[in-house]
Design a protein around this ligand. Structure first.
Ligand code: BG6
Length: 368
């Protein structure tokens, strides 16, 4: 079943280009996004005033990325909450609120209960789900299925890239309905999304090089991760993967927050992964992140960068650079997750751990 791979996780990481491609299938025509599953909801989607995205763990990070994209493209306020926090804080929601839940299994009890709470409160509900006919999908007004195929390893990988793809499709669908993006601009974004599978396949070619680093770092006690904008949830996911799989203390930070506290953690030899934004684009955060790299490097950090191919500016300060093909800001996460997933998996493997079944975790948590 593992098809020659050492673990389901390794296999599922390798299947990510297809997970993105299959999730895109049948959801666009003539350069515009159209999600047939949402037919009949056009008036509802034109009328909503805000969106609340819900999920747990990795799915919540897909939601954070979705917030950046939906707000930018469809100009609707988006809030992201962990499903288990949501319904215990008397959230302000009504019939003008859309609750978008994200769940690979579609059975996570925390998310299911949050969706039920939202329905009671009169909100509209759409779910992004990877399992046909799952409970959350059935409870929702509509479902956008991700087509990642069955995910067996407990730690989510291919489901995540499919979730980000789906949430981007949803953002573009919404932008078209609400007229917030020019046709040309929207079709450029769609084309970038469609270019992800081929680019992601080239990122995966660095597997052996990442394995080498992971093996070399197998005694590491703590790793930090930095990113900005959509790179921030990538940093959080990199840290989560390392905790889940390799049982190593890890934390992800928004790079801008560094000076407000986390920089105190930097001492000589501290490994820090940095997700570097593309240097292109007028509003690029690249210079700010490069200056963060200089700050931590000056304090002795070991800098492990994920940067765009050809970005020479990080080379003088990084101990190791993994490259991703050029892509505009929103599409970088889809390329930058893989090196972090592979790093965590290979480090866990180097420690002799079971990467598919980490201790204390379950694939689908059906208790609250
Ligand atoms: C956790 C899993 O328990 O649930 C994570 O270990 C997953 O991998 C999270 O991201 C959410 O699961 P789901 O099925 O709701 O996406």
């Amino acid at each position: 079943e593992k098809g020659g791979w050492s673990s389901f996780m390794a296999k599922e990481i390798s299947e990510q280009p297809e997970a993105v491609a299959n999730t895109l299938l049948g959801r666009s025509a003539d350069g515009a996004v159209h999600i047939p599953e949402l037919d009949g909801l056009d008036d509802t989607l034109r009328g909503i005033e805000r969106i609340v995205i819900l999920g747990c763990g990795t799915a919540a990070y897909a939601g954070m990325i979705g917030k950046y994209a939906i707000e930018k493209w469809a100009r609707i306020p988006v809030e992201v909450d962990l499903s288990h926090e949501f319904r215990y804080r008397e959230p302000v929601i009504d019939e003008r609120t859309l609750v978008l839940s994200i769940s690979q299994s579609g059975e996570t009890m925390d998310t299911l209960m949050a969706v039920k709470y939202a329905i009671e409160a009169g909100a509209k509900t759409i779910s992004i789900c990877n399992t046909q006919g799952a409970t959350i999908a059935r409870e929702s007004d509509a479902v956008i299925y991700t087509h990642a195929g069955p995910e067996v390893a407990v730690a989510s990988t291919k489901a995540l890239v499919a979730q980000v793809t789906a949430v981007y499709l949803f953002g573009l669908h919404l932008a078209r309905l609400r007229g917030t993006l020019g046709t040309a601009e929207a079709s450029v974004l769609l084309a970038e999304l469609q270019a992800v599978p081929a680019k992601l396949a080239t990122v995966l070619e660095q597997h052996a090089e990442i394995r080498e680093l992971a093996h070399w770092m197998s005694d590491t006690r703590s790793v930090l991760f930095l990113g900005r904008h959509v790179g921030y949830p990538v940093a959080l996911e990199g840290a989560l993967k390392l905790k889940e799989l390799a049982y190593i203390h890890a934390e992800g930070f928004a790079a801008g927050e560094l000076k407000h506290g986390p920089i105190a953690l930097i001492e000589p030899g501290q490994p820090v992964f940095v997700v570097v934004p593309s240097p292109r684009g007028a509003d690029s955060l690249h210079p700010k992140v490069v200056s963060n790299i200089q700050e931590i490097r000056a304090r002795g950090a070991r800098v492990l960068a994920i940067a765009e191919a050809g970005d020479a500016s990080v080379l003088p300060y990084a101990d190791k650079v993994f490259t991703i093909p050029p892509a505009s800001a929103f599409f970088e996460p889809l390329l930058a997750f893989a090196p972090l997933q592979i790093f965590a998996m290979e480090l866990a493997a180097a420690k002799g751990l079971d990467v598919d079944q980490p201790r204390n975790l379950a694939k689908s948590v059906t208790v609250e």
